[in-house]
Design a protein around this ligand. Structure first.
Ligand code: AMP
Ligand code: TRP
Length: 349
C-alpha cells in the first residue's frame, strides 16, 4: 500500500514544559505543519505511567492537559489546520496497544533505556504501564498510519521499536492482510523518526552532559515555558560554563559540552546554524554571549508564554478544541483499527 505522508507526535502533560520540549519538538512541529497533514496529541495515558506524585493526580491532570494544549497553540500549532487532541479521548489507541502487546516481544522491551532510567533502582515497583509505554506509543502512531514522527533525540529508540512492531504485524498477519485486499501486504508503514534542528538534545544548564528535563530537582537546570523575563535572564546568567572565550568554529565546541549547549540553544532560538552563531560570537566572553542569549530567549519565549496565559483564561474553549480534535482523530483511527480487528480475526458487531 502506498502510504500518504502523515505526521504524528505527542507530549506528556506532566510538569512544566521546558526549552527542550519547545526546541526539540514543538518548533519542528510548527515547521512540518506547513507542508504535511499533522496530528498532535497530549498523551495523558502516558503521563499516568509514572507515580501519582509526578503527574499530580486527578486534581492536577485536567489543568496539565489544558496547559500543554495551550502551549501547542501558543507555539504556533493551528488546531484548524492540524489535529490537536487528547489521547484518552480516542479509545482506539488503547485497543490497538493491546493487539501490539501481543506482537511486541519481552526481549524488545527489555532493551529500552528510557524504562531503565525512569524506573531507577526500584524496578520491581515501577508500573506495568511504564514498561509498556513504548507499545502504546507505537499504537499512537500506527492508529493513523503515520509515516513521520518529529521528536527529540531521546525518543529514537522508541521509534525503532514502533518500526519493529509494524514490521512484525505485517509479517505475522501477511496472509490475512492480503485477504483483506492489501495486495503488497504492507498494512502499516514503518514510521520514520524526524530528528532535526540544532537542538534535538537540549542539555541541563547546570551540567552539559545531562539532558534538560522536567524531573531535574534543580529548577536552575531548565528554562520553563512559563518563566518570566527576569527568571530566564537569571538562569542563563547562572548557567555553567568554562573559562575560555567562545571558539569561532564548531570543532572548538567538541570538548566543551556547556558551551556547545548554549550555542545550540542560541542557534535554535535565532533560527540560524551553529556555525553562523560562532562566526558572530567567536572570541567573545560568556558574559557578552549570555546577555545576547537571554535577549533572544526572552523575545522568543515571552510571547508564547503570554499567549498561553491568554488561552488558559478560557478553559472551556480549550476543551472544545480538544473535543473537536478527538472527533477528527477518531474519524481516521477507527476505520484503521476496525481493519486491524478484521485482520487479527476478531468478530465485530
Ligand atoms: P516529554 O516531555 O518526555 O513528553 O517529551 C516531549 C518531546 O520533547 C519529545 O519529542 C522529546 O524528545 C522532546 N524533548 C524532551 N526533552 C528534550 C530535550 N532536553 N532536548 C530536546 N528535546 C527534548
Ligand atoms: N514518548 C514521547 C515522549 O515522552 C511522547 C509520545 C507518546 C509520543 N506517544 C507518542 C511522541 C507518539 C511521538 C509519537 O516524548
Amino acid at each position: 500500500m502506498a502510504f500518504t505522508p502523515r505526521v504524528f507526535s505527542g507530549m506528556q502533560p506532566t510538569g512544566n514544559l521546558h526549552l527542550g520540549n519547545y526546541l526539540g519538538a514543538m518548533v519542528q512541529w510548527v515547521e512540518m505543519q506547513k507542508t504535511h497533514d499533522c496530528i498532535f496529541c497530549v498523551v495523558d495515558m502516558h503521563a499516568i505511567t509514572m507515580a501519582v506524585s509526578v503527574w499530580g493526580g486527578p486534581s492536577e491532570l485536567p489543568g496539565q492537559i489544558r496547559s500543554v494544549a495551550a502551549a501547542y497553540i501558543a507555539a504556533g500549532i493551528d488546531p484548524k489546520r492540524s489535529i490537536l487532541f487528547n489521547q484518552s479521548q480516542v479509545s482506539e489507541h488503547a485497543e490497538l496497544a493491546w493487539v501490539f502487546n501481543c506482537v511486541a516481544r519481552l526481549g524488545w522491551l527489555n532493551r529500552m533505556t528510557q524504562f531503565k532510567e525512569k524506573a531507577g533502582k526500584d524496578r520491581e515497583n515501577a508500573s506495568v504501564g511504564l514498561y509498556d509505554y513504548p507499545v502504546l506509543m507505537a499504537a499512537d502512531i500506527l492508529a493513523y498510519r503515520a509515516t513521520h514522527v518529529p521528536v527529540g533525540e531521546d525518543q529514537k529508540q522508541h521509534l525503532e521499536l514502533a518500526r519493529d512492531i509494524a514490521q512484525k504485524f505485517n509479517n505475522d498477519f501477511a496472509e490475512s492482510i492480503r485477504k483483506a485486499g492489501i495486495d503488497d501486504g504492507q498494512f502499516f508503514p514503518l514510521p520514520e523518526p524526524v530528528i532535526i534542528g540544532p537542538a534535538t538534545r537540549v542539555m541541563s544548564l547546570r551540567d552539559g552532559t545531562k539532558k534538560m528535563s522536567k524531573s531535574d530537582a534543580s529548577d536552575l537546570s531548565r528554562i520553563n515555558m512559563t518563566d518570566d523575563a527576569d527568571t530566564i535572564a537569571r538562569k542563563i546568567q547562572k548557567a555553567k560554563t568554562d573559562p575560555e572565550p567562545l571558539p569561532s568554529e564548531e570543532a572548538g565546541l567538541e570538548t566543551r559540552p556547556e558551551a556547545d549547549n548554549l550555542v545550540g540553544i542560541y542557534a535554535a532560538l535565532a533560527g540560524k546554524p551553529k556555525a553562523a552563531v560562532l562566526r558572530e560570537y567567536g572570541g567573545a566572553q560568556f558574559s557578552t554571549f549570555k546577555k545576547a542569549l537571554a535577549e533572544v530567549a526572552v523575545s522568543r519565549i515571552g510571547p508564547v508564554n503570554a499567549e498561553m496565559k491568554r488561552l488558559l483564561a478560557d478553559p472551556a474553549e480549550i476543551d472544545r478544541i480538544l473535543a473537536e480534535g478527538a472527533r477528527r482523530a477518531r474519524a481516521i483511527a477507527k476505520p484503521i483499527v476496525d481493519q486491524v480487528k478484521d485482520v487479527v480475526g476478531f468478530l465485530r458487531s
